[in-house]
Design a protein around this ligand. Structure first.
Ligand code: FAD
Ligand code: NDP
Ligand code: KYN
Length: 450
C-alpha cells in the first residue's frame, strides 16, 4: 500500500490544519467529513460553540503554515477577564503582560478558511461521507453516503473526527485499548448580546466577560459583527439554579434578573434563544494508545477536554505542529516510528491540559470573584515583571508559551504551594507591595530543586 496516501477523517479545525501540513509535506491527502459542504448547503449552526479563544500554541502552528496574517483580521484580542459582580460593577484582571491577549474567533469562518487553504494546496475534501467503521487488519474504511455504503482502502488514517470519533470507536473494539470518559455535572447553552442600535459593541470588546456566581457562570466573547456570544454554564439538575428548573419565561427572567442583570438588559432575544438553542453536555475523554497500525487519533478524538481553559483547539493545533515535526525528522516512510514518537511525547501533556481545564472551571466561576484571588494574581504578575524567567504564572505558561503542558502543570503546583504561604500572612492586603520578592523566588528555586 502507498505510504504517501493519507486519509483524514474530519474536516473540522484539526483535520483541516493537518491536511495543510501534509500537503506542504508533498503527500496525497483525502479528507472525509460527515457534514455537508457549507458553501453548497448552508446549515444552521446556532447555539453550538460559535466562537473560541485562540492563543499562542494555535498562532504558532498557523504561523508555521503561513496563515497567521490571513487569520489575524478575523480575530479580536481579549487582554483580560472583565469580571461582572452581582451589583453591576466590573473588575479587569489582565491575562498576562500589557500586549498579551487571547483572540476571539468565529469557528465557522475559521474552519472554512482552513478547509479552503487545504483545498488550495490540493487536498480533496469529500463531504457527506460518514465513517462508520475501520478495519485495521485490512486498513479499510467503511463510509456511509447518500448513495449508500462503500469501503475504501486507506494506507494511513488520521482520525480528526472530534469528541465522538468513529476511528476511536473502532479502536475501542481492539484489545488493550484504554478509554475513560466523564460527563461533568454542568452543561452549556449559547446566547447572544447583539450590537447596540447604533451598531456598536454593547460592552468592552477587548475582554472576556465573566459573571462568576460560585457554582455557575455566564461568559461572553466578542464577534466581528459587534455582537457577543454568551455561554451559560449551569448544572443540569439538583441545584437552586440549574437547567432543569428553568422551564418558562418567568423562571428564566427571575434567574437572569437576579444573577446577571447587567447582561440581561443587553439581551433582547434571550427568551427566544434560550428555548430554541440546545443545552449541550460537557465531556472529558482520555484514551490510549492513539495508534493502531497505520491509524492515529488527533485533536478531540484523542483528548476531548472541557472548554474552561480555552485550549482544546489550541492543543489540537499543537498536535499537528508536533506530528509534522516528527515527519520532518523521520520522513514519510516511517509512519510506525512517527506515530509512536508522537503519542509517547504528547500523552502526558494532553493529560495535563485535560486536568487544568477542569481546574480552571472553579477559578472562573468562583475564585475570580474573590479579592484575595485578585491580589494573588497581582503578586504573581509583579514576580513575573521582576523575574521574568524565574516566575512565569501558570496561566501564561499554558496560554502564552509552548512549554509542555505537563511541565506547566508541575511548575504551577509548586507555585501554588509557595503562593499559599505568601497569602497566609494576615496583613498581606496592606503589605503585598513591600514583600521580599527575591525571597519568594529563592523559595521557589529550592522547591524546584527538590
Ligand atoms: C463551548 C465550547 C467552547 C470552546 N472554546 C474553545 C476555545 O476557546 N479555545 C479552544 O482552543 N478550544 C475551544 N473549544 C474546544 C474546540 O471546540 C475543540 O477542541 C475543537 O473543535 C476540536 O477540533 P477537532 O477538529 O478535533 O474536532 P471537531 O471540531 O469536532 O471536528 C470534527 C469533524 O469531524 C467530523 N466528523 C465527526 N464524526 C465523523 C465521522 N464519523 N465521519 C466523518 N466525519 C466525522 C465532524 O463533522 C467535524 O467536522 C471549545 C469547545 C466547546 C464545546
Ligand atoms: N469536550 C466537550 O465537552 C465538548 C467538546 N466539543 C467539541 O467541539 C466540537 C464541535 O462542537 P459542536 O459542533 O458544538 O459539537 P456537537 O455537540 O454538535 O457534536 C458534533 C457531533 O458529534 C455527535 N455527537 C454529539 N453528542 C454525541 C453523543 N453523546 N454521542 C455520540 N455522538 C454525539 C453528533 O453527531 P450526529 O449528528 O451524527 O449525532 C454531532 O453532530 C465537537 O465535535 C467536540 O469535538 C463539543 C461539545 C462539548
Ligand atoms: N473560551 C472559553 C470557553 C469556555 C470557557 C472558558 C473559555 C476561556 O477561554 C477562558 C479563558 N482562557 C480564561 O481563563 O479566562
Amino acid at each position: 500500500m502507498k505510504q504517501n496516501e493519507i486519509t483524514i477523517l474530519g474536516a473540522g479545525l484539526i483535520g483541516s490544519l493537518m491536511a495543510i501540513y501534509l500537503k506542504r509535506q508533498g503527500l496525497d491527502v483525502s479528507v472525509y467529513d460527515k457534514r455537508p459542504d457549507k458553501r453548497k448547503t448552508p446549515y444552521y449552526e446556532g447555539g453550538r460553540s460559535i466562537n473560541m479563544a485562540l492563543s499562542h500554541r494555535g498562532w504558532k502552528s498557523l504561523e508555521q503554515v503561513g496563515l497567521k496574517d490571513k487569520v489575524l483580521p478575523l480575530a479580536i484580542p481579549m487582554y483580560g477577564r472583565k469580571v461582572h459582580d452581582e451589583h453591576g460593577g466590573t473588575t479587569f484582571i489582565p491575562y498576562g503582560k500589557n500586549k498579551q491577549a487571547i483572540y476571539s474567533i468565529s469557528r465557522g469562518k475559521f474552519n472554512q478558511l482552513l478547509a479552503e487553504e487545504a483545498e488550495r494546496l490540493g487536498a480533496v475534501i469529500n463531504f457527506e461521507h460518514k465513517c462508520v467503521d475501520v478495519d485495521f487488519s485490512n486498513q479499510e474504511i467503511t463510509f456511509e453516503t447518500k448513495e449508500g455504503i462503500y469501503k475504501k482502502e486507506a494506507p494511513v488514517i488520521i482520525g480528526a473526527d472530534g469528541a465522538y470519533s468513529s476511528l476511536r470507536m473502532a479502536m475501542q473494539k481492539q484489545i488493550r485499548f484504554n478509554y475513560k470518559q466523564e460527563y461533568i455535572s454542568h452543561g452549556y447553552k449559547e446566547l447572544t448580546i447583539p450590537a447596540t442600535s447604533k451598531g456598536e459593541f454593547a460592552m468592552d470588546p477587548n475582554a472576556l466577560h465573566i459573571w462568576p456566581r460560585g457554582k455557575f457562570m455566564l461568559i461572553a466573547l466578542p464577534n466581528p459583527d459587534k455582537s457577543f456570544t454568551c455561554t451559560l454554564f449551569l448544572p443540569f439538575e439538583g441545584s437552586k439554579v440549574c437547567f432543569e428548573k428553568i422551564n418558562d419565561d418567568s423562571d428564566l427572567e427571575s434567574v437572569f434578573k437576579h444573577y446577571f442583570d447587567d447582561a440581561y438588559q443587553l439581551m433582547p432575544n434571550l427568551k427566544e434563544e434560550y428555548f430554541k438553542n440546545p443545552t449541550a453536555a460537557l465531556i472529558n475523554i482520555e484514551c490510549y494508545p492513539w495508534v493502531q497500525g497505520h491509524s492515529i487519533l488527533l485533536g478531540d478524538a484523542s483528548h476531548a477536554m472541557v472548554p474552561f481553559y480555552g485550549q482544546g483547539m489550541n492543543c489540537g493545533f499543537e498536535d499537528c505542529y508536533i506530528l509534522n515535526s516528527y515527519l520532518d525528522k523521520f520522513g514519510h516512510n516511517s509512519w510506525d516510528l512517527v506515530f509512536e514518537k508522537f503519542q509517547k511525547q504528547r500523552k502526558p501533556d494532553t493529560d495535563a491540559i485535560c486536568q487544568l481545564a477542569m481546574e480552571n472551571f472553579v477559578e472562573m466561576r468562583d475564585s475570580v470573584a474573590d479579592p484575595k484571588f485578585i491580589l494573588r494574581k497581582k503578586i504573581e504578575a509583579k514576580l513575573h515583571d521582576l523575574y521574568p524567567n524565574d516566575w512565569i504564572p501558570l496561566y501564561s505558561m499554558v496560554t502564552f508559551s509552548d512549554m509542555g503542558y505537563a511541565e506547566a502543570y508541575a511548575q504551577g503546583k509548586l507555585q501554588e504551594a509557595v503562593m499559599d504561604k505568601v497569602m497566609a500572612d494576615p496583613l498581606i492586603t496592606e503589605n503585598w507591595d513591600k514583600l521580599d520578592y527575591e525571597e519568594i523566588i529563592n523559595i521557589m528555586e529550592t522547591a524546584k530543586a527538590v
